[in-house]
Design a protein around this ligand. Structure first.
Ligand code: EPU
Length: 329
C-alpha cells in the first residue's frame, strides 16, 4: 500500500511562514535591484555589517546596496516599498550598534563616490553625505578656511553628523551648515537653508524621516598657521582623552549640560567594567570599547549595567547617543 500524501499546509507554523515570506521578498527585491540599478552598483545579500561599523559588532543586512546617484537611491526606496521591506541608511558606522541578529530589509550605504564629493567654492564647501568629516576638515585647511577643524576628530561621514548634529570641541555640525540637501522617503529631493531647519543637542529631527544627501558648509578665510594650530590642538586633545580601541564614540548623551556622562560614569567607579569583550574604557568612561571578540549583546548588557547604576546611585536617566539598529540573534 502506498504511503498517504502529507498535506504541506500543516507543516508551516506562523513564524516559519512569515520567515519564508520575508526570504521570498528579499530574493525578489535582490533580483529587482539587479535589473533596475546600473551594473556596477554594489548589491550584496547577507552582508556582514560589523566591519562597516567602528565598534565592529553585529549581524548581517538582508541586502546591502550602495547606490551611485540620487536617482539610484530613490529607486531603492521605491522598489523596497513595493516589496514591503524597510530601508535603513547608514554612514561610516561610527555611532552605530548593530544587534547580533543583523538588520532586516535593505541597508543603504552612501559610500559611493557620488555621495562623497567635497568641493570648495570661495569660502563655502559643498560636501556629500558620504564624505568623511576628516576629508572635509583637510580640504578646508588646504583651501585656507577655518571653522571646520573640529570635524578632524569625528570619525564619521557628513550624513551621520548632520542627522545627529554631531559635536566636538565645543562646536556642533549645524554651526557650520549653510544649507541642507535631503531626500524624502518617496524620493523627492529638497534643499533648504539651515536657518529654517530646527536642530537640537545631538539631533536634527527632520533627518529622522528624511535622508541627508549633502550640505553647503560655511567657513572663514584664515592664515595657514592659525588653522594648523587649531587642528593640532583638537587632535592632541582627542588622542589624550579618547581611547584608540574600536568603539562607537560616546555611548550616552550628557544627561545634563553640567553633568557629562563620561564624568558621571567615572565617578560611579565603572571604568574597566567588563562584560565579555566589551569594556568601559579606562581612558574615557563614556566610550565602551571592543577588546576583540565583543558581541552586540555584551555591549547592550554593559549599557544596561551602567544605566542601572546611574539611576540607582544618582537618580539620572542615561539616554544612548549611539544608535541601536537591528534585531537580537
Ligand atoms: N571626564 C571624566 N572622566 C572620564 C571622561 C570625562 O572625569 O572618564 C570629564 C572630563 O575631564 C571633562 C568632562 O568629563 O571635565 C567632559 O569630558 P570631555 O571633555 O571628554 O567631553 P564629553 O562631554 O565627554 C563631548 C562629546 C564628545 C566630544 C567631546 C570633545 C557628548 C556626549 N560628547 O564629550 O563627542 O568628542 O565632547 O569635544 O556630547 C561623540 O559624540 O561620540 C563624542 C565623543
Amino acid at each position: 500500500m502506498s504511503t498517504p500524501l502529507r498535506l504541506s499546509t500543516e507543516a508551516l507554523d506562523p513564524g516559519d511562514e512569515a520567515a519564508a515570506l520575508h526570504a521570498e521578498a528579499v530574493s525578489n527585491l535582490f533580483r529587482d535591484l539587479q535589473i533596475l540599478l546600473p551594473p556596477d552598483t554594489l548589491i550584496r545579500r547577507d552582508e556582514p555589517l560589523a566591519k562597516r561599523t567602528t565598534l565592529r559588532v553585529g549581524g548581517p543586512a538582508d541586502l546591502l546596496v550602495e547606490p551611485g546617484s540620487d536617482a539610484g537611491l530613490a529607486l531603492v526606496l521605491e522598489t523596497a516599498r513595493l516589496r514591503g521591506l524597510p530601508v535603513t541608511v547608514i554612514g561610516r558606522g561610527s555611532n552605530l550598534l548593530i544587534r547580533d541578529g543583523g538588520v532586516r530589509g535593505v541597508v543603504v550605504s552612501l559610500g559611493h563616490a557620488h555621495f562623497s564629493r567635497v568641493e570648495v567654492h570661495g569660502d563655502r564647501i559643498t560636501a556629500g553625505a558620504g564624505a568623511r568629516l576628516k576629508s572635509i576638515a583637510h580640504e578646508a585647511r588646504r583651501a585656507g578656511l577655518t571653522g571646520l577643524e573640529f570635524f578632524e576628530g569625528i570619525p564619521g561621514a557628513l550624513g551621520g553628523a548632520l542627522r545627529m548634529n554631531a559635536g566636538a570641541m565645543g562646536a556642533w555640525t549645524f554651526d557650520a551648515v549653510e544649507s541642507l540637501r535631503y531626500m524624502s522617503r518617496s524620493g523627492t529631493v529638497s534643499e533648504r537653508p539651515a536657518s529654517e531647519i530646527p536642530v537640537e543637542y545631538r539631533a536634527c529631527p527632520l533627518l529622522r524621516t528624511h535622508i541627508a544627501l549633502g550640505a553647503v558648509l560655511k567657513a572663514t578665510p584664515a592664515d595657514a598657521e592659525t588653522i594648523r594650530t587649531r587642528m593640532d590642538q583638537f587632535s592632541r586633545k582627542r588622542w589624550e582623552s579618547q581611547p584608540s580601541e574600536p568603539s562607537a564614540g560616546c555611548t550616552f548623551k550628557n544627561p545634563l549640560p553640567a553633568v557629562p556622562a563620561g564624568r558621571l560614569i567615572d565617578e560611579l567607579g565603572l571604568k574597566g567594567t567588563r562584560i565579555g569583550d566589551a569594556m568601559v574604557s579606562p581612558v574615557h568612561a563614556n566610550f565602551f570599547v571592543n577588546l576583540g571578540g565583543a558581541t552586540a549583546k555584551d555591549v547592550l548588557t554593559l549599557i544596561e549595567v551602567v544605566r542601572t547604576r546611574a539611576r540607582d546611585a544618582r537618580g539620572l536617566e542615561l539616554e544612548t547617543e549611539v544608535e541601536i539598529l537591528g534585531e537580537d540573534a
